[in-house]
Design a protein around this ligand. Structure first.
Ligand code: NIG
Ligand code: FE
Length: 388
């Protein structure tokens, strides 16, 4: 949208400007000037420049749009019955992934596109302005490539997850499947992908297979991220740090050595409390990571199996209630933390030059995101400076 836009009468503005002692960079009685889809100016409302249009925040809180750095949106079908069985006591093993692979392979491009579009719209309504989208329910050359082609219609942060699990047809030949992923599948997927990811877990891919696949992805120019230490302790987190991963995701079962490795690295620990909620598992200990100096992000993990939520506010509330994060830490992790996990500096903050992605809450402060769980508190969203 052309012309300038002033958002003013902001009671609490979260800038994430990195100011020492106040990571949220909160400003009171502030205004934000938007031009050409970017933040052009931030300052006290009384000094606000004139603009073509105005949004009156009515004394409410304004935050950067949420950055959901981990989502699996390209799939067909759902697994509601599997969820019901879990709530009746069945454990989560990841075995249901193959069910979704079958449904996804059978779906048309338009069906997959419609599902991604529906979930992306759902996210936007809940304040998410940046989302990463993974493949991982195709698990053959054609279906992984088309999953990423469709994902790329919705985001620049696309992730090749051909190594989600070994598909049934390769069950007794996992080495051959790793060869397929590193060879023709990567070649077909790479033009649409920014990242490569592996589910490094007992029952999925071990450290040797994960290292081989991630190295091939790096050689093809993709950045590294991992599903690590979700269902039990394992080598995933340390492998991610060793390879310079932007993020290791889940981090539910960590040893002291895992925490130390993360603390001495640039790798973000992305926590996905929707997965623990939906699999009825113990939550990761965010406090331990934060106290060790690790950068923590929060994301939804939106997928039909382990975490079918698209709501970052829900994840913020869970992180505060169940993972010993303060509301400020959780809001930072859901915005600036997500941006760090995607190695992006243009989103997750509201400072001059950043993308004009912001949410106006129906609440006076960010605290209400945890204090009023389940309440639709997103009054208005601006994405690239455009009201949605
Ligand atoms: O991040 N852990 C592996 N992958 C997904 C779950 C996928 C599924 O169950 O369909 C996750 O939780
Ligand atoms: Fe995931």
């Amino acid at each position: 949208m052309r012309g300038s836009l002033l958002v003013d009468n902001i009671g609490e503005l979260v800038t994430n400007d990195g100011r020492a002692g106040d990571p949220l960079g909160v400003r009171r009685d502030a205004a934000v000037l938007v031009e050409d889809g970017e933040v052009a100016w931030v300052g006290p409302a009384r000094y606000a420049p004139a603009a073509d249009r105005r949004i009156d925040a009515g004394g409410a809180a304004v935050l950067p749009g949420f950055v959901d750095s981990h989502a699996h949106l390209v799939f067909a079908g759902d697994r509601a019955a599997e969820f019901a069985a879990r709530m009746a006591g069945e454990p989560y093993t990841g075995g249901g992934i193959r069910t979704t692979v079958g449904a996804t392979r059978a779906a048309s491009d338009d069906d997959l596109r419609a599902t991604v579009g529906r979930l992306r719209a759902e996210m936007l309504r809940q304040g998410t302005t940046t989302v990463e989208i993974k493949s991982g329910y195709g698990l053959n050359v054609a279906d992984e490539a088309r999953s990423l082609r469709i994902a790329a219609e919705f985001t620049a942060d696309t992730t090749f997850l051909g190594a989600h699990v070994v598909p049934a047809e390769y069950a007794d030949r996992p080495d051959d499947y790793v060869g397929l992923v590193c060879g023709p599948m990567l070649a077909a997927a790479a033009p649409y992908a920014r990242w490569i990811d592996v589910f490094c877990e007992r029952g999925a891919f071990d450290a040797d297979h994960a290292r081989a696949i991630l190295a091939c992805g790096q050689a093809a120019g993709l950045g590294v991220r991992l599903h690590a230490n979700q269902l039990g302790p394992g080598p995933g987190v340390r492998l991610g740090v060793e390879l310079g991963a932007a993020s290791v995701d889940h981090c539910t079962h960590l040893s002291d050595a895992d925490v130390d490795a993360l603390a001495g690295s640039e790798t973000v620990a992305t926590l996905l409390p929707g997965a623990e909620f939906s699999t009825r598992s113990p939550y990761p200990d965010a406090r331990r990571l934060l106290d060790a100096g690790v950068t923590v992000a929060l994301a939804t993990d939106c997928n039909p199996g382990s975490s079918y939520t698209s709501s970052m506010p829900f994840c913020v509330a869970l992180a505060v209630r169940e993972m010993r994060m303060t509301p400020a830490e959780a809001v930072w992790a859901a915005t600036a933390g997500g941006a760090a996990a995607l190695r992006r500096t243009d989103v997750g903050r509201l400072t001059p030059g950043s993308r004009a992605d912001l949410v106006v809450l129906d609440a006076p402060t960010h605290l209400h995101l945890a204090y009023r769980p389940g309440v639709p508190l997103i009054r208005q969203v601006l994405h690239n400076g455009v009201p949605r």
